[in-house]
Design a protein around this ligand. Structure first.
Ligand code: MTE
Ligand code: MO
Length: 419
């Protein structure tokens, strides 16, 4: 157990160590990167980092279990649950993490595979009927724009929790069978997207903004201009104080806080700004709700996904094994629409929902950590947790089925065997 301050300084030290290592490996001019990125590193830390080289990490395992060639970082089974071109975060790993998820443990969702992009030739083009002066930016030019640091937000896949449509409700949804590890919270650094759009002469009549990736499928999905102009919607170039890792969108990705992960386009190469509504496969055929409870809307096969819903997860393996006796049970809850207001838990069929203790920080569109103590008797148990956000949304017992298994916000029964 350590206090908030110890944890903060531990995280800061870790960030600095990783930064130093990443900058060296990338051959980046570190001091310049830091200055331009505005990544806060104090002089003494620079000194101590320079004085003693941290031991190099072991090389990634020879044959990562992720689909061959998909990822750049080490996607090994001790860190992730491999799911084809995706890698699910292991929630038991979070017990050893601070508020944010380290870049080495952050889940990856690639529609195809991670492209390797040379920052020297990379360009970001902003064009379309919604801008008066089409713009082209190099990596250096992007880094030279005024940036925001310390924007701590989650990126969460719309399909996070999808496996429970089958496991809890008996109806299997199409797609990657994530449990709850398709989420991560990071501290992002980037240029407000609005800043870039203004430089391109954003017209008052602009309506939709569609960033497109440089990956094989050119994954792209529009957001309304109002969302694009929020001050925490960013063109991100650093994640937890290091250059954005390849798997998370290097050289630059979009961050659309609170929204389904698909809005946060990685490897951004082009941004179309239009006076007309924009469409792509990712807002017409997928990332829409299709099912008996939903109706098509024009070219969209169902209601188009925007914000994420309320969810909770325990920092335990699935299924969990515990020794009989007293434990502090920890977890995290989040919502795409506000701050977490309340978290309750229920062991087995205890008639009462009991309050868990919320811990600071509790950042909207990131998550809140919580804990409770449990004197665990031997046997098989389930732990249920339900969160309520400050908009009054509470996790329900069930959610109406949708074919692609999005937005599973229902209460999950976590299996725990106690011996
Ligand atoms: N270009 C591009 N952007 C993308 C994707 C992709 O496959 N290609 N996947 C999206 C989806 S579905 C999610 S959930 C998030 C995942 O971000 P992460 O891999 O950094 O965790 O990225 C989004 N951005
Ligand atoms: Mo996703």
């Amino acid at each position: 157990m350590h206090g908030e301050r110890d944890e903060a300084s531990y995280e800061q030290a870790r960030r600095e160590e990783r930064l130093w290592r990443a900058a060296r490996e990338a051959g980046l001019p570190r001091r310049r990167f830091l200055q331009q990125a505005g990544v806060a590193v104090v002089g003494t830390a620079l000194g101590s980092c320079g004085g003693r080289a941290p031991a190099d990490r072991a090389a990634p395992a020879a044959a990562p279990p992720g689909a061959a060639g998909t990822f750049v970082k080490a996607v090994t089974e001790d860190r992730f649950i491999p799911l084809g071109t995706n890698a699910e975060m292991r929630w038991d790993q979070m017990a050893r993490q601070g508020y944010v998820v380290g870049n080495d443990l952050f889940f990856v969702r690639d529609h195809t595979s991670t492209p390797r992009i040379d920052p020297a030739t990379w360009r970001l083009v902003v064009s379309g009927s919604g801008v008066a002066r089409p713009l082209e930016l190099s990596y250096d030019e992007l880094l030279a724009l005024p940036a925001r640091t310390s924007v701590t937000r989650f990126v969460e896949c719309a399909g996070n929790g999808r496996a429970f449509f089958n496991d809890a409700q008996g109806e299997k949804a199409r797609g990657t069978q994530w449990r709850l590890g398709a989420i991560g919270v990071a501290e992002w650094t980037g240029v407000p997207l609005g800043e870039v759009l203004e430089r391109a002469g954003l017209k008052p009549t602009a309506r939709d903004v569609m960033p497109a990736g440089l990956d094989e499928l050119k994954v792209r999905r529009p957001i309304p201009v109002a969302k694009a102009l929020q001050d925490d919607t960013l063109l991100v170039f650093a994640m937890n104080g290091e250059p954005l890792p390849a798997d998370h969108g290097f050289p630059a990705r979009v961050l659309v806080p609170g929204w389904v992960g698909i809005a946060s386009i990685k490897w951004a190469g082009h941004i179309e700004v239009s006076e007309e509504p924009l469409f792509s496969d990712w807002n017409t055929g997928s990332y829409v709700l299709i099912g008996p409870a939903y109706q098509p809307e024009g070219r969209h096969k169902g209601p188009v996904l925007t914000s994420q819903v309320v969810k909770s997860a325990l920092e335990l393996a699935w299924p969990a094994s515990l020794a009989a006796g007293r434990h502090t049970i920890r977890g995290r809850s989040w919502s795409g629409q506000g701050r977490i207001a309340k978290v309750e838990y229920r062991i087995d069929d205890d008639p009462a929902w009991r309050p868990a203790q919320l811990h600071e920080p509790n950042i909207p569109m990131a998550w809140a950590r919580w804990s409770f103590t449990w004197d665990a008797p031997p046997g098989g148990h389930t732990i249920k947790v339900r969160a309520t956000d400050d908009q009054g949304s509470i996790q329900p017992d069930r959610v109406p089925f949708n074919e692609m298994g999005y937005l599973y916000s229902a209460i999950v029964a976590h299996p725990v065997s106690v011996a």
